[in-house]
Design a protein around this ligand. Sequence first.
Ligand SMILES: Cc1cc2nc3c(=O)[nH]c(=O)nc-3n(C[C@H](O)[C@H](O)[C@H](O)COP(=O)(O)OP(=O)(O)OC[C@H]3O[C@@H](n4cnc5c(N)ncnc54)[C@H](O)[C@@H]3O)c2cc1C
Length: 295
Amino acid sequence: MPSRVCYWHVGSEEQRERYIPPLIKAEDSGCFALTEADTGSDVASMKTTAKEVDDGYILNGNKMWISGVPNATIGLIYAMTDREKKHRGMSAFMVDMNSPGIEQRAIPDKLGLHSSPTGEISFEEVKIPRNALVGKIGDGFKIAMFMLDRTRLSCAARAAGVAEKCFDLSRQYANERTQFGQPIIEFQMIQDQLARMWCEHEAAKLLVLRAAWMMDNLEKMGGRATLHISTAKYYGAEAAVMAANEATKLYASYGYSAEYPIERYYRDAKSYQIVEGTSNIQKIIIARNFIEKRE
Ligand SMILES: Cc1cc2nc3c(=O)[nH]c(=O)nc-3n(C[C@H](O)[C@H](O)[C@H](O)COP(=O)(O)OP(=O)(O)OC[C@H]3O[C@@H](n4cnc5c(N)ncnc54)[C@H](O)[C@@H]3O)c2cc1C
């Protein structure tokens, strides 16, 4: 999905026609690969390189923690074309993942998101054609940030959804479960939990809606909604973790059982504090807006 989002906006006409229809029809399966074993938040320090040759580029390096791997058929791969230029030396390429020299491996046994495969990729002398380049040489960082604005918003929406589901299930359970001869919802401490979960998920949802509205009205908003997208992503992730944590306490032993959905939300919610930029990185993006320029 992320590669579809990005491609629609930044790919050439020829690239859109070639890659988007099979992705939409699920004939192809996409991934986007920024992260490496030693390079997470600091993407510009990535080690994967794309060396220009006569009729294209040669890719070498490794990517780690990539969603959609090991089953990706096409990948939006970021690589350094000029390391000296740091983030301005990063470029993006649309790569046929069945090309010789590419190996995809699953990362087994992760905490949550078990329905979403995650894996690592190695590129060894992988030849890619010139028309694999997305945008221009050196556009990679700009494309990645542009794409993250969009994928962070969908991540924020998923997180808000987890928070809402945890609240809904907890409300239902608190009305059904009886202890000391009454439904547990009659206990004020349970009401406190539900009230806080309600506030968190409502706030998370409204932040998502505001950021989404801004994305739909980018021109009126001056072209960027990054502050509000990072706000929604940060808050949504924290709300999901908080709501899943409270739901687990409220369900007690049944929250600890894999027969009930709460333990899955508890495990999945943590991912939102990591993927598409950690909670700390979102706070950095948010706070950057408050720093006044000095002489
Ligand atoms: C399930 C899953 C799916 C993923 N899918 C993809 C994918 O499809 N494509 C992709 O490219 N990546 C993907 N990732 C990787 C993810 O984007 C990175 O894990 C994330 O960016 C953080 O990088 P890191 O794990 O290397 O942590 P690090 O960057 O090493 O951070 C470690 C800690 O230091 C903190 N930190 C780092 N820098 C700063 C700073 N400047 N100030 C304060 N604190 C800081 C972080 O917040 C974190 O707490 C996925 C990860 C997971 C878990």
